[in-house]
Design a protein. Sequence first.
Length: 278
Amino acid sequence: MIDTVVVPRDSPNSSLAGVSWPAIVAGAVAACAITLLLLAFGTGLGLSMVSPWSGSGVSATTFKITTGLYLIVIAMIASSIGGYLAGRLRSSWAGVHGDEVYFRDTAHGFVAWALASVLGAAVLATPATSILGSATTGATQGVATSAGQSGGPMDNYIDTLLRGDPASQASSANPAEVRGEVVRLFTRGFRDGGELKGPDREYVAKVVAARTGLPQSEAEKRVNDVIAQVKSDMDAARKATASLAFWLTASLLLGAFCASLAATEGGALRDGTWKRGN
């Protein structure tokens, strides 16, 4: 048990502030720095585990699970160190009841974790938003500024649609405009989880037949195959984002627990009451 000390209310030590912000800030900054360090190390480790060659590297499922577990390990290590510093560096509360000291140390660890989470979100807001946005909307967003610009997320699907035999492919008066129109149709059709409607699908099939020299039936089949591929990619991105969200939630919860627990240990070591008595 923690030693219990009861002092009069007019004790000079009882007027000390219950929150030591310098210790909390120090713990939060340390937790953020360790998180960034471990993330950088994990990125390099992850890139060494994957390979574009068949039969090399780990599978996609193994990589996802390993990434999620590594996020939890990062949260536990960084939060524990940050919470420990917040408890060990806080102001002395001599003369304060033992239960109150235990609560304050736990609160210091929790607040240090919360501040570190906010700082980390602010630092990583731009890259995280870019990564998650690409994963969830990369298959649904089209070229918004110009129909003729290349490099849009739908370009690879359109390339598949318009790929034909060069010997039999008829030349187009303005291929850039045709391509831009198909890009806009796909972008509008697949926005917000939809797909190409009947008239748009028939028109795209006719465009594919005219551009590739395929019979109408084969052009329609190609359109249907590419639409199925788009939907499959969108569903895979959705599942990957949901899985990442669950892993992040678990890592945050465990991080809060580790920071609070480590702060109580650090505070007890500072006061010399760690594991004293039963």
